[in-house]
Design a protein around this ligand. Structure first.
Ligand code: FAD
Length: 308
C-alpha cells in the first residue's frame, strides 16, 4: 500500500469544505492520508482539522498567494511526500495535478467519480462513456466534488513546512472581474441560462431565483459567446466548467452534447424549454415545456413560498 496524500482545495486562504470529501476518497486506498495545505500563513491550515486526515502539513510559501500553475506545482513538489496524491477536480487543481504527475513521472487520472480498491473510474468522451483504470503504483487523482461523503475527525496537530521550491515565477497580482455571486463549480444548486434567454439582461430573472434558493448562475456557451456581459467563468460544458450539483436547472438551453458534458452528472436536472423536442428533456428528471417568461415567475413564486 502506498501512502496517500491529499492536497487541500483552497479558496481565499481558507480550506474549502470539499477537502473533507478528498480525504474520504484517499481513505479508500486504506491507511491514514496526509493532508497538505498550500498556504501563505500556517494559521490557514487550522481549517483542515477535523477533516479526517491522519496528519496535516501546512506548506507555507509566498508562492501560494495567487494561483500560478508552475509555481504551485514546484512548491508543492518540494513538500508533498511520495505516494498517491488526491486533488480536487476544479480547473485549477486538475492543472496542478497534471503538473505534479509530470514532475514525478507518474500517471494522472482526472475527474474520478469512483475509487474501488486500485480501480479508478472517470468519464471520457465528454461523459458519453466511463473508463476504469487500475493503479499499479503511485498516481495523481483529481476527484469530482459531491461524489464522496465528507470525512470527519482525524489529526489536530499541524506541521509547518516552509517551501520555496525554487520557484522561478509567481503571480504578483490577480485582477478578477468583481462578482459577489457563487461560482458554479462550488454550488449545490446551479441555474443556467442559454441563448433562449433572449438577452443578457434577462439573466436577472435567473439571478432572482438563484438568490431565493442559494444557487449559482451558469450559462451555455451560446450565451457566453453571444453576450459580452455573460463571462466565460459562468460557462458550463466541455470547454467551460464541469459541475456536479444536487440540482441543475437549465433554462432556454437546448442540451447540446458539449453542454451535457459539463452537467449531466448532476443529481437532479430540471429543464425549462419551449421546444418539447429539445434534447435536454432526454436527460432531465423534470421538464417544463414552456417559455421561461411563463415558467420562471411561477417557479420563483413557489420557491419563495417554500423557502419561507
Ligand atoms: C468544441 C465545442 C465545444 C463546445 N463547448 C461548449 C460548452 O462548454 N458549453 C456549452 O453550453 N456549449 C458548448 N458548445 C456549443 C454547443 O454545441 C451548443 O451550440 C450550445 O450549447 C448551445 O447553447 P444553447 O442551448 O444556449 O443555444 P441553442 O442551441 O440556440 O438553444 C436555445 C434553446 O432555447 C430554447 N428557447 C428559445 N426561446 C425560449 C424561451 N423564451 N423560453 C424557453 N426556451 C426557449 C430553444 O427551444 C432552444 O432549445 C461547444 C461546441 C463545440 C463545437
Amino acid at each position: 500500500m502506498t501512502q496517500t496524500i491529499v492536497i487541500a482545495e483552497m479558496n481565499n486562504n481558507a480550506v474549502h469544505p470539499s477537502t473533507a470529501e478528498l480525504v474520504s476518497a484517499a481513505k479508500t486506498f486504506g491507511g491514514e492520508p496526509t493532508l497538505v495545505v498550500p498556504c501563505t500563513d500556517a494559521s490557514h491550515a487550522s481549517g483542515a482539522q477535523g477533516m479526517g486526515a491522519g496528519s496535516i502539513i501546512a506548506a507555507k510559501s509566498a508562492a501560494f498567494t495567487h494561483y500560478d500553475a508552475s509555481a504551485w506545482a514546484t512548491a508543492l513538489d518540494a513538500v508533498v511526500p511520495q505516494g498517491t496524491i488526491i486533488t480536487s477536480a476544479s480547473p485549477q487543481s486538475k492543472d496542478m495535478a497534471a503538473r505534479l504527475a509530470a514532475r514525478r513521472n507518474i500517471a494522472v487520472v482526472q475527474d474520478a467519480v469512483s475509487i474501488e480498491g486500485s480501480n479508478i473510474t472517470s468519464p471520457v468522451y465528454s461523459g458519453k462513456a466511463m473508463q476504469t483504470v487500475a493503479a499499479t503504483g503511485p498516481v495523481v487523482i483529481s476527484v469530482r466534488s459531491n461524489v464522496f461523503a465528507a470525512a470527519t475527525g482525524g489529526a489536530g496537530d499541524v506541521t509547518v513546512i516552509d517551501t520555496d521550491g525554487d520557484v522561478a515565477t509567481s503571480v504578483q497580482e490577480f485582477m478578477a472581474r468583481a462578482s459577489e455571486r457563487l461560482d458554479v463549480s462550488e454550488a449545490n444548486i446551479v441555474i443556467s441560462g442559454g441563448r433562449g434567454m433572449g438577452s443578457p439582461e434577462n439573466f436577472a430573472h435567473l439571478e432572482a431565483v438563484a438568490d431565493t434558493i442559494g444557487a449559482a448562475v451558469g450559462a451555455s456557451r451560446a450565451a457566453v459567446d453571444t453576450w459580452e456581459a455573460i463571462p466565460h467563468a459562468m460557462q458550463v460544458g466541455q470547454t467551460g466548467k464541469t459541475v456536479n450539483p444536487n440540482l441543475y436547472i437549465a433554462v432556454g438551453i437546448s442540451g447540446a452534447i458539449q453542454h451535457l458534458a459539463g452537467m449531466r452528472s448532476s443529481k437532479y436536472i430540471v429543464a425549462i424549454n419551449k421546444d418539447a423536442d429539445a434534447p435536454i428533456f432526454q436527460h432531465a428528471d423534470y421538464g417544463i415545456v414552456a417559455t421561461w417568461e411563463e415558467a420562471l415567475p411561477v417557479l420563483h413564486e413557489s420557491l419563495k413560498g417554500m423557502m419561507g
